[in-house]
Design a binder for this molecule. Sequence first.
Ligand SMILES: [Zn+2]
Length: 97
Amino acid sequence: MNAETVRRQGTLEIKTFSKGREVKRLVECPFCCHTFDDHDPQWKHFLEEHDPENAGLTPLGDGGKSQSPLFEPMDEIPGEFPIQSNNDYRPVAARSD
Ligand SMILES: [Zn+2]
């Protein structure tokens, strides 16, 4: 199946097929402008040529601020309603009805 249109957006090649289906392919490394061939394993380039710092991440082996919580503690959740007490939580075997 041939694409109806092929366009380039940044480092992506976007092929649009019939019914509007799009296939996006990374054709150029966003960090060093290396051009990928059609069957070039892109993961290998990233693994061998780049470090996490290239993508703004912490260096390998550096856990960053992993000891701190992801979210600030919340005293109350907005929109939450108090749980109504329901005393009819007897085991099924204890019910006589
Ligand atoms: Zn690169």
